[in-house]
Design a protein around this ligand. Structure first.
Ligand code: M6R
Length: 591
């Protein structure tokens, strides 16, 4: 949610624009850049995508210092006036901000009473005004005084005419610092900064960063030095080389990523000793959106393996509800980005109450990973399409392996079955390759789905989470109304919506429940709905979307793939912007 970047060094303007393209997945409502040159700070900003910004920045514009922003609107409409950066009224400061200044209204009223005039409806502009008010010959002091007045979440990068250096403040929004290749960099995303930086550091909360040609310094709000370690940046793939949409590329990576997720888990293991594992009385699987759906899926499997409660919970609900937590609680926090505000808040709550916290994430250096006692890396590789795909499959692999280990230690799963399931993970890539190789069938089915007035996804037990994920994928990128239900629940209300023009996608992977699903299909077909059935079995009255049979405990990893493809092709047929659906952003860093 909003991407920020700042750099001092050669090519600052072109590199900032390149970085913003990379960060566009974080928000694409508007974008802007401030460049420091001989004439002071100059801001260019515009509504819409980064390309619109590139189009208005003068060709060949030079400057050794630049800061940039790509926005997902929280306060104020989507328009150029609300785009970042913001000048202070005297134009001696320019700021970009990711997060929410929760007390901005109080601060704004105070500033207005002192004569300030605002040019935007954002919370972020307040910061530029405060910096001007607090400046008294020392920029660091002005930043400290400003930071102390802010509440909420923020990563703010500040350029000023008073000082050659860039300043930044960080609390609860990500801020990575990089050095190398003749430059210093401040950025929301570690992968983005790693294309230039040789060394990177993750800024701790409540820290001020000062970067300049003489190095990088970290301070607390009182001006005391803070020790932060740099580590080697990892190699990253060049985004510019990706042809077509990220979503389809990321779906096609699933087989290989599953192999890597298993390899990584086998390398790192459970990271909890047997005595600790035996003492747990409950397990939570906490996340949002797709990450929550992976928790839902794994909980359905784990209930078959374990002797304790395994509860999937939506992070934003967990924060305000009264789920029991004590030292016998193990909570997994599932998040591709490791930045999702709801998930991080839920993690803080479990920590406060003495539970064991375990991040399952694609971003080892994320805030979530830092907040948790343990971290499992799902090894999905960079995921840029807003619709999460390969991360879901890798979350399932990692979490299922974690659950198998917990069950083995607790003695609720015999070693033979454990070995069989762990070995069966190796069969998944080929099974998924078979689906991907036949994706033209799914593309054809998209022609049917695109004209549906609504699409309902149904499944029972471990197939219900797959239905939930298939439905989320379809609605978020095609904008077709869609819901998921446990199949048996339809007759308790939703059946009233079945009529001509409605689509139903039934997921039926469990041979023992075949007859039940056949009945549900008959019920909806009788009311005029068109049914597609994702199954290794054949069903009357349903268009088959065949999937290979794999181990029962792992089938969810495979069954979701045709649904990811169906959502993709349907959205394409409708001419949607598949990678950047309306109103959404990849990382949701606000509660
Ligand atoms: O980065 P996270 O895994 O924490 O993100 C959680 C959700 O915001 C995310 O999965 C969202 O639901 C996706 N857009 C779904 O495709």
């Amino acid at each position: 949610m909003c991407g920020i970047f700042g750099m001092i060094g050669g090519g600052a303007v072109s590199n900032t624009l390149r970085a913003l393209k990379y960060l566009e997945y974080r928000g694409y409502d508007s974008a802007g850049i401030a460049v420091k040159g001989d004439g002071g700070l100059k801001i260019y900003k515009t509504e819409g995508r980064i390309q619109n910004l590139v189009d208005i920045v003068p060709q060949g514009l030079q400057g050794g210092t630049a800061i940039g922003h790509t926005r997902w609107a929280t306060h104020g409409a989507v328009c150029a006036e609300n785009a970042h950066p913001f000048y202070s009224p005297d134009r001696n400061f320019a700021v970009v901000h990711n997060g929410i200044i929760e007390n901005y209204l109080t601060l704004k009223e105070e500033l207005i009473s002192q004569g300030a005039e605002f040019s935007s409806a954002t919370d972020s502009e307040t910061v530029a005004h405060l910096l001007m008010r607090e400046y008294n010959g020392d920029v660091l002091e002005a930043v400290q005084k400003t930071a102390k007045q802010l509440s909420g979440s923020f990563a703010i990068v500040i350029a000023t005419t008073y000082d050659q250096r860039l300043f930044a403040v960080k609390r609860r929004s990500p801020l990575v610092v990089g050095i190398g290749n003749g430059g210093v960099y401040l950025c929301s995303d570690i992968r983005c900064v790693s294309r230039w930086a040789e060394q990177v550091a993750v800024t701790p909360d409540n820290t001020i960063v000062v970067t300049g040609s003489d190095g990088v310094y970290f301070y607390d709000y009182e001006g005391n030095a803070v020790q932060v370690d740099f580590f080697d940046a990892e190699e990253v793939e060049e985004m510019e080389q990706v042809k077509g949409e990220f979503m389809i590329k990321e779906i096609y990576e699933i087989p290989e990523r599953i192999r890597l997720a298993k390899r990584e888990y086998m390398r790192s293991g459970l990271q909890l000793n047997a005595e600790t594992v035996r003492k747990f009385k409950r397990i939570y699987l906490i996340g949002c959106g797709t990450a929550y759906n992976s928790g839902l899926q794994v909980a359905a499997v784990a209930r078959k393996l374990l002797d304790i409660d395994v509860l999937p919970v939506i992070a934003s609900e967990f924060i305000y509800d009264n789920y029991p937590v004590d030292s016998k609680t193990l909570a997994f926090f599932i998040s591709q980005s490791g930045e999702t505000a709801d998930t991080i808040r839920a993690c803080e709550k479990v920590k406060e109450q003495g539970g064991c916290t375990y991040a399952v994430t694609n971003t080892k250096s994320s805030q979530l990973a830092y907040a948790c006692d343990r971290t499992a890396d799902i090894s999905a590789g960079g995921e840029f399409a807003v619709a999460s795909t390969k991360a879901y499959n890798c979350q399932l692999i990692t979490l299922l392996l974690l659950m198998l280990d917990v069950a083995k230690i607790r003695g609720t799963l015999d070693v033979e079955l454990y070995d069989r399931v762990v070995a069966a993970v190796d069969e998944l890539p080929e099974a998924i390759d078979n689906i991907l190789n036949d994706s033209y069938d799914i593309a054809r089915l998209a022609d049917e789905v695109k004209d549906c007035s609504a699409v309902f996804f149904i499944g029972r037990t471990t197939d219900y989470p797959t239905a939930a994920e298939g439905s989320l994928k379809l609605k978020e990128i095609s904008y077709i109304h869609s819901e998921a239900y446990p199949a048996g629940e339809l007759k308790h209300g939703t059946l009233a919506l079945m009529e001509e023009g409605v689509g139903v996608v039934a997921i039926a992977t469990d041979g023992d429940l075949k007859e039940k699903m056949a009945l549900s299909i008959k019920e909806v077909v009788a009311r005029g709905a068109k049914v597609i059935c994702v199954s290794p079995y054949k069903f009357e009255n349903a268009i088959p979307l065949a999937i290979p049979a794999v181990d029962k405990l792992l089938i969810g990893v495979v069954a979701v793939v045709p649904l990811q493809l169906l959502a993709y092709y349907t959205a394409k047929r409708l001419g949607r912007d598949v990678d950047k659906p309306r109103n959404l952003a990849k990382s949701v860093t606000v509660e």
